[in-house]
Design a protein around this ligand. Structure first.
Ligand code: ZN
Length: 96
């Protein structure tokens, strides 16, 4: 009886822990997706939405645990940085 009760509370504890991790994973994934969407929107297929110029790759800046890829608008000179190279997001599924 006592043993059974212990086992049940053990299972409940396990369940709570598993649910907690699942919850964290879902929140984390959603957050990453939002961040990625914002980044892709800013990149806008290599076209600066503000002036219609094209982003040109300038250089990569690397730290110990991060990288930044610097792009510059060829029309207005705006400099933007992205966490990875963005050419991949230009060749996509759209009709052009
Ligand atoms: Zn521009």
């Amino acid at each position: 009886m006592n043993n059974k009760r212990e086992r049940i509370s053990y299972i409940i504890c396990l369940l709570v822990v598993v649910l907690f991790f699942a919850f964290c994973l879902i929140i984390g994934t959603r957050h990453d997706k939002q961040k990625e969407e914002a980044m892709v929107n800013r990149w806008n297929r290599g076209v600066h939405a503000g002036c219609g110029g094209n982003f040109e790759y300038q250089q990569m800046i690397a730290g110990q645990s991060w990288r930044s890829y610097v792009y510059r608008c060829d029309k207005c000179g705006l400099v933007v940085t992205f966490p990875h190279q963005m050419e991949f997001y230009t060749s996509g599924s759209e009709e052009d």
